[in-house]
Design a binder for this molecule. Structure first.
Ligand code: GDP
Ligand code: ADP
Length: 214
């Protein structure tokens, strides 16, 4: 249905629990889901592409954008600034597209409490264990051991906000988590409030019903 309202799908977890992996799988499942490409002041990792993975910006530019109201939300994470640029999200939502956000709990709270009356669906990913979280960060092999250590230290801070989310998934088996995530999104898209086109459909049903009775 083309007049469906776009949803802001928020995915949060401690670093290494599987957000980026699942986000990529969602993109393959439904290419119409837009990804909110965040701006960040952190340095690119090997293989990351500016404009695709993040917009890599200087701190001064980031602060200027925040000052001009160009960020829908923003936060300071692991010593760097991260934020979701407003423009592309507004374009997508107004076109009835869903937008996926890979953001931390601070950003999730800001979107959920936004005065802009946004339709949000928030999902938190928990790791099966802290040991497995560490193993995943190490196996990703993209960060130095100091960075991994810092992410592990911050993991509890992120996990402690799991109660503020609509849905929580323990990402043990990746395929199972992926299926559950798709089920959550499918159900959220079918909420009555997400389907304004139903009014016209029910009116058409009524007309047909009344004509059929006369
Ligand atoms: P990752 O944990 O491996 O994804 O490492 P990153 O450096 O890419 O991200 C660090 C944290 O910042 C993660 O918890 C992300 O969810 C969060 N993050 C990324 N972009 C944004 C953003 O635009 N806003 C907010 N609030 N958090 C973000
Ligand atoms: P995040 O984006 O939350 O930091 P990633 O998606 O980069 O996490 O995942 C961290 C590492 O864990 C990656 O190497 C990824 O392939 C792996 N991973 C993700 N989910 C699972 C899972 N369910 N089982 C095993 N490994 C996983």
């Amino acid at each position: 249905m083309t007049d469906r309202r776009g949803l802001l799908i928020i995915l949060s977890s401690p670093s290494g629990a599987g957000k980026s992996t699942l986000a990529r799988r969602l993109r393959d499942w439904d290419p119409s889901i837009e990804f909110s490409v965040s701006a960040t002041t952190r340095a690119p990792r090997d293989g990351e592409v500016d404009g695709r993975d993040y917009f890599f910006v200087e701190e001064a530019a980031f602060k200027r954008q925040v000052g001009h109201g160009e960020m829908l939300e923003h936060a300071h994470v692991f010593g760097n600034f991260y934020g979701s640029p407003r423009g592309p999200v507004e374009v997508a939502i107004n076109a009835g597209k869903d937008v996926l956000f890979d953001i931390d709990w601070q950003g999730a709270q800001q979107l959920q409490n936004s005065p802009l009356n946004l339709h949000t669906l928030s999902i938190f990913l928990l790791p099966p264990s802290i040991r497995e979280l560490k193993r995943r960060l190490e196996s990703r092999a993209k960060d130095t051991s100091e960075t991994i250590q810092r992410r592990m230290e911050k993991s509890w801070d992120e996990i402690s906000h799991w109660g503020g989310y609509d849905y929580v998934l323990v990402n043990e088996d990746l395929s199972e988590t992926e299926e559950r995530l798709k089920a959550i999104i499918t159900a959220a898209r079918l909420r009555r409030s997400q389907q304004p086109g139903l009014n016209a459909h029910v009116r058409a049903l009524q007309t047909e019903f009344e004509e059929g009775l006369s």
